[in-house]
Ligand binder design. Structure first.
Ligand code: FAJ
Length: 668
């Protein structure tokens, strides 16, 4: 990587200090320092150079000696103290030496303090690993009998499929780019081509599909214009409105607009017809007049008296009058022809009276279902104003999937950690002197097939809570002692936690186009638009993954596996034909909302919430009379710029390890 690439890969501006950096190195760059301009440039050069060394080889711990040896003279000559300071900063703030790498220097043998991490999902594992690097004693408690949380891979024989997270949304700036260099993650680009089929299995015409997709984008742009460009506070009767409400209002307005255009067209056509009629009447009048004039002329000519100049003048006048009338007749005829043509054209080009016909609305509903999948909630629950507040932080590069299964990541991160499986935190007590966590075993008792009530209490200096937001919502009244402060508890209530489910179907052989990663079926009805609307073909073995999003995601959880699977197979049979689609050899149906250790899939910005609730959920709690915070929070629901994602959860874990180190080891 060059210096610029290394900075971008680390989510840092290449030619600028971040606010955090500017605060940290204030002494170097404040204007009272006579070298402040030089220092600023020097800082950026050293910082980017260290990042470059890490990005180039993240498999091995980067140590100060390496850097001192490799930083190019003359710029950084005799700047060893500054280099060390920048190195330590980058290490504490987890820009270097994170993930799975070979350590060169030994870990501290005398741990500084003890931290309990609750939850062995990606946030918990990353934080625990980093805290261990910083010299803490760390114990992880995980309620399930496996690690990974919402990263969960189904593996059976040749079959591999992700039941939770599966997409890596671009590698540019993504910490997973570093992890993918450290461990074996088989990242494969997702081909975006996605043919859509109607409910009879006919493929939707490409041009129609494109027109509706454009309309979908136009509707979304209109909601964004409403929110950001117009002075509209996104409230009706003082109640915040949802993205779904706004879209349906816009569709109604479009329908009204189309009707208005149609009425205008017909009014114009009627006007033309009336004009045509009065012109035709005029023609009739002129024709009669011509008859009269010709008759008059004929009789004048019959009475012709030679040499009578008055009579001759009368004939000349009559001829002239007749000629003028004939001219008028011709002009009116031409005019009528023109009018006729215009009316025919108007009749032939009648505007459509409906904005979307039934088939168009089904395709539009498919796009809405896709948006409900990305947000894991019906559009009617998303905040119109803030639902896409994290868009500007999107990583660059194509979306990828992990072909060998995403669980490789938590497994690699868990190496060497003290993890207690099947151990749920039941109560987290926090005081000025530390924390006590009541742990309950979740292992079913073999004889009675009930959960054992065996509990133990673990003490530590601090606790890091990475429990999903869905569980916090459900368990917060009893999980914390003392109860969470109101500012925190209200944010837990406000922020949304959605649902998304998958149906994994494993077959003997492929009956779909193996070159496609995606295909979809448009829904029959708006209400059930999220049910098996999209299929993913990602793995080496013949596996299809079907998504159930929107309202259907939670409804589906009350239906038996057999019914869910047969409904999904029916969709495939409509597309590929009854004879082509056999019963699956293996099938898995997820139920993330019913899962007691997730209670849903991932967070979203609900109607009454905003991006700042993520910040509130990230804030640590300092007990009364304590000099340090004791309860820290990580997880995808605590990271405003990268919520609802694996990389977000990972970055939140890194962030909290820094906070804990700052609190217990002290600043640098
Ligand atoms: O591809 O990055 C995906 N890619 C992604 N994240 C996804 C995605 C979705 C997505 C893509 C792009 C942008 C946004 C989202 C699309 C979807 O396919 N996919 C996805 C699909 C499903 C079905 C789910 C459920 C999730 C996704 N996600 C979200 C990520 O998986 C999560 O954001 C991330 O994995 C969260 O990590 P975390 O560390 O914050 O949370 P958990 O739940 O993994 O770990 C918490 C642990 O605490 C669990 O292991 C749990 O058992 C444990 N626990 C709970 N209560 C406890 C406890 N342990 C002890 N005591 C207790 N009382």
């Amino acid at each position: 990587a060059d210096l610029e690439m290394a900075a971008t890969a680390s989510r840092l501006p290449f030619e600028k200090m971040t606010l955090e950096e500017a605060q940290f190195f204030e002494d170097l760059i404040n204007e009272e320092n006579k070298n402040h301009i030089r220092n600023y440039k020097l800082f950026l050069y050293i910082r980017n150079k260290i990042l470059q060394m890490w990005v180039d080889n993240p498999k091995v711990q980067l140590v100060i000696e390496d850097i001192l040896n490799k930083i190019d003279p003359p710029l950084a000559k005799n700047e060893n103290i500054l280099i060390l300071r920048i190195f330590k900063y980058l290490e504490r703030y987890n820009y270097i030496n994170y993930g799975v790498f070979k350590r060169i220097t030994p870990l501290t043998s005398m741990p500084l303090a003890k931290v309990i991490v609750i939850g062995a999902g990606i946030a918990g594992l990353t934080a625990a690993r980093q805290l261990r690097e910083f010299g803490f004693r760390v114990v992880l408690y995980e309620a399930r009998d496996r690690i990974g949380g919402r990263i969960a891979t189904f593996r059976k024989g040749q079959y591999v499929a992700d039941m939770g997270a599966m997409v890596v949304t671009g590698l540019g700036g993504n910490p997973l780019a570093i992890l993918s260099k450290q461990i074996s993650l088989d990242l494969v680009k997702v081909k975006q081509k996605c043919p859509l089929y109607d409910t009879n299995g006919r493929m939707i015409q490409k041009d129609r599909d494109e027109i509706i997709e454009k309309e979908f984008n136009k509707l979304l742009e209109a909601t964004s214009y409403l929110t950001h460009n117009l002075d509209f506070d996104c409230k009706i009767d003082n109640k915040a409105i949802s993205l779904g409400d706004a879209l349906e209002i816009l569709i109604k307005l479009q329908e009204k607009f189309v009707k208005k255009k149609q009425i205008e067209h017909y009014a114009k056509l009627i006007g033309e017809q009336e004009k045509f009629k009065s012109m035709s009447d005029k023609l009739f009048e002129v024709k009669n007049k011509i008859k009269l004039l010709s008759h008059n002329l004929e009789s004048l000519e019959e009475q012709k008296i030679k040499g009578d100049c008055v009579h001759e003048f009368e004939i000349l006048c009559a001829k002239r009058e007749l000629k003028l009338k004939c001219q008028e007749f011709n002009d009116i005829t031409v005019c009528l022809e023109e009018m006729q043509k215009k009316m025919t054209a108007m009749e032939e080009n009648q505007p459509c009276g409906v904005y979307l016909n039934i088939a168009d609305r089904q395709v539009l509903d498919w796009h809405f279902a896709n948006l409900e999948f990305a947000n894991a909630t019906p559009l009617s629950k998303l905040s119109l104003k803030h639902w896409d507040q994290d868009d500007e932080f999107e990583f660059t590069g194509p979306h990828m999937t992990v072909r060998n299964g995403y669980s490789c990541l938590p497994i690699a991160l868990s190496e060497g950690l003290d993890i207690r499986l099947a151990s749920a935190a039941k109560c987290i007590k926090y005081t000025e002197s530390g924390v006590e966590v009541e742990i309950e075993s979740t292992k079913p008792c073999a004889s009675l097939n009930i959960k054992t009530a065996k509990t133990e209490v673990e003490k530590a200096d601090a606790v890091l809570v990475t429990i999903p937001l869905g569980c916090l919502k459900e368990k917060k009244p009893t999980l914390f002692d003392p109860a969470l402060p109101k500012w925190k508890s209200d944010a837990v209530d406000r922020l949304g936690f959605g649902n998304l489910n998958k149906i994994i179907l494993c077959f003997d052989k492929i009956f779909w186009d193996p070159h496609l990663n995606l295909f979809g079926q448009v829904p029959l009805m708006t209400k059930s638009r999220g049910e098996s609307f999209l299929f993913w073909n990602l793995y080496k073995a013949p596996v299809l993954l079907s998504l159930v999003a929107g309202e259907s995601a939670s409804l589906m959880e009350n239906v038996s596996d057999d019914i869910v699977i047969s409904r999904c197979i029916a969709v495939l049979r409509a597309i590929f034909g009854n004879n082509q689609v056999p019963q699956p050899r293996e099938a898995v149906v997820t139920r993330w909302k019913s899962d007691p250790w997730s209670r849903g899939s991932y967070s979203f910005v609900s109607v009454d919430s905003s991006g700042s609730d993520y910040d509130i959920l990230a804030e640590a709690i300092t007990p009364k009379n304590s000099s340090v915070p004791r309860v820290f929070f990580a997880g995808e629901h605590t990271i405003r710029n990268y919520p609802a994602t694996v990389h977000g959860a990972l970055l939140s874990g890194l962030r909290e390890s820094t906070k804990i180190a700052d609190a217990f080891i002290g600043g640098l």
